[in-house]
Design a protein around this ligand. Structure first.
Ligand SMILES: N[C@@H](CCC(=O)N[C@@H](CS)C(=O)NCC(=O)O)C(=O)O
Length: 211
């Protein structure tokens, strides 16, 4: 398998974690987001959505990190990243979507570029925007994890797709100096995840394209 990735891409980071947790080898193909390479004609042939990551498995290219993780889950079920029971799967998907749909798009590269280029916002205003949506989303995640009685990880005693989403979001939050003190449950789970090699090896600074 080949993974089109960028070391700081949190959506690619989610898939790197899932691949590592399942013990699947892959060749990373770096695409430099800040240089706009994902919008170029070459990458457009790989992913018409012009987003990272893309996973290529044989003749097939797959986009959207959660769809990719679910594909890996179906094709390589062990160890599972989704619970066996329907309620558990719904909960893990709900926590994953909270990160992937309610936090991440508001702070994505093209969103921030639009704030700057089209709406003329300053770096300071953009950082405030970024931290606002991190705080909004992480408060919801903290409350949901408390309500659901999470275990060592987001859902029980082993990492799931939700943990693949939580960890990269905390890396992003730290990059923008967000205050993480109000989210002790989120941070306890983050620390539990980062003690595992699969998460540690997937982090931005350990990628071959890290600058
Ligand atoms: N929902 C998508 C999001 C993909 C995405 O937005 N990836 C970012 C990098 S983390 C990207 O390619 N951004 C490019 C841009 O915003 O122009 C997924 O989960 O894969």
């Amino acid at each position: 398998m080949k993974l089109y990735t960028y070391f700081r891409s949190s959506a690619a980071f989610r898939v790197r974690i899932a691949l590592n947790l399942k013990g699947l080898a892959y060749d990373p193909v770096p695409v430099r987001l800040p240089k706009g390479e994902h919008r170029g004609p070459e990458y457009g042939k790989v992913d018409p959505q012009a987003l990272l990551p893309t996973l290529v498995d044989g003749a097939h290219a797959l986009s959207q990190s959660l769809a990719i993780i679910e594909y890996l889950e179906e094709t390589h079920p062990e160890p599972p990243l989704l619970p066996r029971d329907a309620l558990g799967r719904a909960r893990v998907r709900s926590l994953s979507l909270l990160v992937a749909c309610e936090i991440h798009p508001l702070n994505n590269l093209r969103t921030l570029q639009h704030l700057k280029r089209a709406l003329g916002q300053s770096e300071e205003q953009i950082s405030a925007w970024y931290r606002h949506w991190i705080a909004d989303g992480l408060a919801k995640l903290e409350a949901d994890l408390l309500r659901g009685g999470s275990g060592r990880f987001c859902h029980g005693a082993s990492p799931s797709m939700a943990d693949c989403c939580l960890v990269p979001q905390i890396f992003n939050a730290r990059r923008y100096q967000s205050d993480l003190a109000p989210y002790p449950t989120v941070m306890r789970i983050f620390d539990a995840c980062m003690s595992l090699v699969a998460f540690d090896r997937a982090q931005p600074s350990k990628q071959p394209d890290a600058e």
